[in-house]
Write a protein of this length. Structure first.
Lengths: 658, 658
């Protein structure tokens, strides 16, 4: 079997993740649907409104409690969406416990309970995380040893697993690949597209097939939401374009509001946790959100439309005719009471409850995503604009007549894509909306609305919600470069206080350096006068050099560092020097007293290197620090943290939150 | 105006390119349609079949001659698709005359004549080139000086112009962005997506709007090809999936055949040109292809279906019902005689003539692309499979019944996407087909067929057709890494014969180095024993050092190099050291006899660096060469050419053409 080229193994690996992921995704969906039916049936047992509410709310509480308990007890790393963590993993920073079997278990079963409970959370983030764990676990098996031997192939495999995850969740293919790129990487190797698409296609096919079998009773590959639009029955005109731009601005602001609630919600919860153990307890917080959710979704309170599962709500918003019936239409409406009281009031209430509950629910200590619920938030807002435009066109037909019929469902699709785009700072949200509905008819309005919304969101907030989450959690991710940061030079951000050692490695210098416990490696110069950078020496090698006693101290230190869930950044590049190091060790054991190995620094910066290039090298080379030289002379060091702080500093001007 | 942040100027620039590009694209389309009508009307003047043929063929000959003449006389750089050249430009290698106003002029008017003549060529490649020239020309204006000052922003702007070009040609948005990435870059900065989408949306909107006004007479944003499929009227089953996989294999082989004809066609033409001036003359070659095209497309010979413009042919193939009528269908059929004689024979003849003529036509010395014509080639082949499957389902209904009705038009769409994907090695061909038809209903079959075809094509041929073109033309592009190349280390490909100079810059060493006329810069070491790499010194600086007389010699050499159309690779990175160099020059003029500037090398390789990393650094840092060190000691050099050759060598095993 070792004769088979590695690229074939790659295809097998990627297909395995996609196919398994697709099946798990369909399984979770079916379990969640059944739990939802159970919730409705149990609630129907009580004809009393208050009694029904307590059953409804109790159900949400019990199931979300199970999800919280599973997460807390088995794998705290599985809480939340997982995408902030994936940002690190896909870029070569290893997080402890993040890709373990335990996390896989919690993501899978925790997700069933958190979604099945009735909390307004999504599956997308956790499910992508699940697929990446799946990919990582498959990689550890014997079959895929040929792949595991190459860091190059591992990276491709994990990126493809990411795409599989998005695709297996939505049944979206191009959108899956694009979204996984936009949320995880800063520099994407084009050659990865092939495996990304392979993973996405296999995931989407299995998910779509099983879903069609279960929900429609026939084999087939229809998507999440059926729509009956096509390019011969829907058209748009120029005037509508301006309404879509307006909708884009509204959705942009909506997205920033979402990001803000989520960001400050996290900080508020952390503050509460510090002040009061009981109020800040994850179980208590979950209870509060669960009862709030119960109030917002109880079918006998606001309306049955309030209790719809996100997918069904989105289907209604995208499909219903303006009069909210579909006479002879192929897609049936899930809630019959959207028009009770007032449609605008209902849609506004729907949007408002979602805008508050989604960004808070995803902060709970359980697996929770935001994508599909946020689609319904944006869908409701888009629908409001669409219904208003429809009425306007009825009043002033001259303005619209001749070439367009207002279709409020298209506005809902545009609003949905734009809002998610604005929340996540991704344009692929639009592509995913197309692929969820298998519908490209509204390509122009949806794309226009989305790019306006993303533009507005980028003006008002520095990052998307995933980056802010990563920042809140203190993850060692490197944000992308925007705004002013690219105007800086390496000299503006370097630390001139570098501790180096001369080539002779004199005992006193070694002792001095060993007092600096934080550093992983030290630069070596030819001598202290010329200061020509020769290479680097690792802290452990230095310890080796210093003697046995110190080694033990070093080990002790290391152990202290390895607390569970403590983030540990590891520079992958180091592994390159592995072979030669081994040889060196062997030589040592044979009794040769050899000079310690000095490793070359593959990347060194010049003082007027633009920060854009420094950032690029940090991203693609996955380094944790780099040295700055002038005519070969060592003059400074730039660390990942330093770079991150500089980006935050330079970019935050003019944004609402930073 | 200098207070306005650069990022806003970027948006203005990208929008300008998109909007202008969209308008030019629509203008070209309208001109070409009118020329096509003129050709038909002129031909109709002769009721005699032979007479009509000579008018038909004469028209093709005259117009294609004008296109060839324009190209030869004004801008030879505008010949062909331009995408191989863009591969270099977008990656920082400047090609002479490639982005000039003259090339813009020829691309615009030459394209009208080459498409209008009736040759079976497409608009996509040349039009993308046109948009990039447009972007470059806009950049040169005073308004965009703030953008021009940053290499970082220039790169984003050119990549966005590329996306605008694809989008303004097809009206495709996500497909435009994706395709432009797949054909030009190896490592894509995710942040460019925003401007890419902005350019694509603006280009697509203007093109779609103007086109709808002209062709449908109403304002609107419908795409190139109308289709009436949607997720409520089309379904597929499991059995069909296997037929689509089979179709994917067929299209993969079809694509490789196309690549092969194009590749060896180029080499044959070059051989003829060397042997015989008249036979190899571009005008003569164009005449031969023009008469062959006349034969293949003359409506009174094979059928009117043979004479359809590619867009109309694709519409028929994608839309017609199996009986090739569309009763009550919203999309009318353009040629009424597809069923004359035998539909399978007609489709096979259509495909065969296209398979031979397209790869040869795009070799002519005129602006010519391949995308839309190749869609019809694949569409015809897909349609054959679809019609066969339809008949099979009628014979064995038990196998298909219950869940699926065979729609041969969907097979045509799948075949079209798969064939173009196979020819270009891109998956975004599928996304473009969705966006051309505004139709995502067949997402699963089209995607499956495309990925199988691309997979087959990658197994059989090392590169897509654009890379082979670039290779044939000797362009200094760096191919992407596939197959075995990533298993090598830096030491396997480095050149150990490096000419270096010691820090003291002794006269005799300088004289010795100056005899090596090919090198642009030399590495500087601290001394010849330790050989520690300090930095580099440019060849011109060395000449400066050596004296005035030698300077003149250097200039003379440079002039000899600057022959028209001679490719000149320039390392952008060099410009970074610009400021400090100026200061140095000033000092010199003041009479200070200063030491010559030694520049730091930002990238240096270690001997067991994987080639994948070396390749990545060449791509993202846009370097032309890099030094290899061991413990700081210079031991070798890797040049772009060396790297390219190594990739060719390692990857070619097992492929048909290399």
């Amino acid at each position: 079997t070792t004769n088979i080229p590695k690229s074939r193994w790659m295809a097998v690996l990627v297909l395995s993740v996609g196919l398994t992921g697709g099946a798990i995704s369909a399984g979770i969906d079916i379990a969640v649907t059944n739990l939802g039916t159970a919730r409705s049936k149990l609630t129907a047992l009580s004809s009393n409104d208050a009694g029904g509410f307590f059953i409804w709310g109790g159900f949400i509480n019990v199931l979300s409690f199970i999800a919280v308990a599973l997460t807390l007890l088995i794998a705290p790393a599985a809480a939340g969406s997982g995408i902030p963590g994936l940002k690190c993993v896909v870029n070569g920073v290893r997080l402890e416990n993040f890709l373990s079997w335990r996390a896989l278990f919690v993501k899978m079963f925790g997700l069933v309970f958190s979604l099945g409970s009735g909390l307004i959370v999504g599956k997308e983030g956790p499910f992508v995380h699940l697929c990446v764990i799946l990919g990582n676990c498959f990689l550890q098996t014997r079959v895929f040893r040929p792949v595991r031997q190459s860091e190059f192939l591992i990276n491709i495999a994990l990126a493809a697993a990411c795409a599989s995850g998005v695709a297996a969740h939505f049944g979206a293919i191009a959108g899956g690949v694009l979204f996984s790129i936009e949320i995880t990487t800063s520099y994407y190797p084009t050659r990865n597209y092939f495996y990304g698409f392979l993973g996405a296609i296999s995931g989407a096919i299995v998910w779509r097939y099983l879903r069609n079998l279960y929900y429609y009773g026939t084999p087939g590959f229809a998507g999440l939401i059926l729509t009956a639009y096509n390019s011969t029955n829907i058209r748009f005109g120029m005037i509508e374009l301006f309404i879509f731009i307006l909708l884009g601005i509204i959705c942009g602001i909506l997205g920033v509001t979402f990001i803000t609630i989520n960001y400050y919600g996290f900080q508020f919860l952390r503050w509460v946790r510090l002040k009061n153990r009981i109020l800040g307890n994850p179980v208590f917080v979950c209870g509060v959100i669960a009862w709030a959710t119960a109030l917002a979704t109880y079918p006998r309170f606001l309306g049955t439309w309030a209790s719809l599962a996100p997918g069904n709500a989105a289907s209604d918003l995208f499909n219903a005719t303006p009069e909210w019936t579909s006479p002879g239409a192929p897609v049936k409406i899930n809630a019959g009471d959207w028009l009770n009281r007032n449609i605008f009031l209902n849609l506004a209430l729907y949007a408002l409850t979602r805008l508050i509950l989604i960004p808070l629910s995803i902060l709970l200590t359980l697996p929770a995503g935001l994508f599909v619920p946020s689609l319904t938030l944006g869908g409701a807002v888009g629908r409001i604009v669409g219904e208003a435009a429809y009425r306007w066109a009825n009043v002033s037909p001259a303005l619209f007549e001749g070439y367009s019929i207002i279709t409020p469902g298209i506005y809902a699709m545009a609003g949905a894509a734009a809002t998610v785009g604005s929340i996540t700072h991704t344009l692929s949200a639009a592509v995913i909306v197309f692929e969820i509905t298998d519908n490209l008819t509204p390509i122009v309005p949806v794309m226009v609305t989305t790019i306006v919304a993303v533009g507005v969101s980028r003006l008002l907030s520095l990052f998307g919600t995933y980056e802010y989450s990563a920042k809140n959690k203190g993850l060692p991710f490197l944000p992308d470069l925007h705004r002013g940061a690219y105007r800086m030079k390496a000299r503006d951000i370097m630390d001139t206080n570098v501790h180096c050692i001369s080539r002779e490695l004199r005992e006193e210098d070694v002792t001095k350096l060993m007092e600096l416990k934080d550093e992983e490696e030290f630069p070596v110069v030819n001598d202290y006068d010329a200061m020509l950078l020769v290479g680097t020496i690792s802290a452990t090698d230095l310890v080796d050099l210093h003697g046995r006693v110190k080694v033990k101290e070093g080990e002790k230190e290391k152990k202290e560092e390895e607390q569970p869930m403590r983030v540990k950044a590891k520079m992958r590049l180091k592994e390159i020097g592995h072979d030669s190091k081994k040889v060196e060790r062997k030589n040592k054991m044979k009794g040769h007293k050899q000079a310690i190995e000095i490793r070359s620094t593959p990347v060194r910066f010049v003082e007027n290197h633009p920060v854009s290039q420094v950032h690029m090298l940090f991203c693609v080379m996955r380094i944790t620090h780099g040295y700055v030289t002038r005519n070969g002379k060592l003059i400074g060091v730039i660390t990942r943290k330093k770079l991150r702080d500089a980006i935050y500093q330079a970019d935050k001007k003019g944004t609402l939150i930073h």
